[in-house]
Design a protein around this ligand. Structure first.
Ligand code: GZL
Length: 345
């Protein structure tokens, strides 16, 4: 018959064994959890790896200007040299119907993200609704769109065109003087493009406050050098001696106008002042040569911002509705000469 003491010792031994075993067990559980967790992490990691690159379908407007070419290069350089991305590129040759076709293609290929530089502001509801129904986020590049349902696009990466137009007018009045009778001809960008509509609006906001400044002619030069020259030739033919300033919505049209003014027999930059938007290197050369006067910068190097936005979207992070590009203004040959060596487009 076991003594009470012996029974007690046995009980204590059994109890401590149970405690030790349960402690080991919970340790194992933790480590199993940890293992599971690390398995999950590695599985997640492998998932990310196995999910492959972020596929971006980019519908570009075309190659109408030096600015547009610089934007395309920035996006291709950024995305095509980074294994995190696969870029599907489409050039619409300035036609909205080609952009709509390209977007439908991207939807059919189930890309991860659609990037769209919309040639004009309207006519996007149907195809963007198809993208939304396919759960493909759309990022607008460099031009805006007008839609009732703002959820049809996730973000706009680009400039404040109204501010660009206002800055162009303010710098012009600074250059010429508030009390000087000044007749302006305006070379508009592509009809219906937000960049053209807003640059016109911003410029008029300031000019209309001063009755000495008058926009006597305004017509589209389609953002191209050749059309800008052609329209300027017509302006000179009808109002030559009466034109004091050219306000061009982009450098390519300004450079075409400079050519027309020289062929007409006047001195661009002196007889007729030139105010232009974009900031491609050719316009810096023209200002340095005294053939143009004011450059309002519009940054086309949007590749890095698009890449960052795409990564953030993939990681389900919030992105800003408007990812703004920072820009400045250059007035006169000295400022242009100083800036030119650092220009990247
Ligand atoms: C601006 C862009 C405009 C440029 C032009 O973001 O849409 O289109 O100013 C280009 O040079 O053609």
């Amino acid at each position: 018959m076991k003594s009470v003491k012996q029974v007690f010792v046995i009980l204590v031994t059994v109890l401590s064994l149970v405690l030790i075993l349960s402690a080991c067990n919970s340790e194992n559980t933790n480590s199993t959890n940890e293992n599971n967790e690390s398995d999950n992490n590695s599985e997640e990691a492998s998932n990310e790896d196995s999910s492959g690159p972020i596929v971006i379908g980019f519908s570009q407007i075309g190659a109408e200007s030096g600015w547009r070419t610089a934007e395309t290069e920035s996006i291709k350089d950024t995305l095509e040299n980074d294994p995190q991305f696969e870029l599907k590129f489409s050039d619409a040759q300035q036609k909205q119907e080609n952009q709509i076709k390209a977007l439908r293609n991207f939807i059919a290929q189930q890309v991860d993200i659609i990037a769209l530089a919309p040639v004009v502001e309207s006519g996007w509801e149907t195809v963007l609704t198809e993208a939304k129904d396919a759960d493909i986020p759309v990022i607008l590049l460099d031009r805006r769109i007008e839609v009732e349902d703002e959820s049809l696009y996730t973000s706009f990466i680009g400039s404040d065109f109204i501010l660009e137009g206002e800055n162009a007018a303010k710098e012009l009045i600074n250059l010429v003087g508030e009390d000087v009778e000044t007749n302006i001809v305006e070379l508009q960008g592509t009809v219906g493009a937000s960049a053209a509509n807003d640059r016109m609006e911003g410029f008029a906001n300031i000019i209309n406050e001063n009755d000495k400044y008058n926009i006597i002619k305004s017509q589209t030069g389609e953002f191209t050098r050749s059309k800008g020259k052609e329209v300027m030739e017509a302006f000179l033919k009808s109002d030559g001696e009466n034109i004091d300033v050219v306000y061009a919505h982009n450098d390519d049209m300004a450079l075409g106008a400079i050519q027309a003014i020289e062929e007409y027999g006047l001195n661009p930059g002196e007889d007729i002042k030139i105010v232009s938007v974009d900031g491609i290197s050719d316009i810096f050369e023209a200002v340095i040569a005294g053939k143009a006067n004011i450059i309002v910068e519009c940054n086309p190097l949007l590749g890095p911002q698009l890449a960052q936005a795409a990564k953030d979207l993939k990681e389900e992070k919030e992105i800003e509705r408007w990812i703004k590009t920072e820009e400045t203004v250059f007035v006169g040959a000295e400022a242009a000469e100083e800036a030119l060596p650092d220009r990247k487009y």
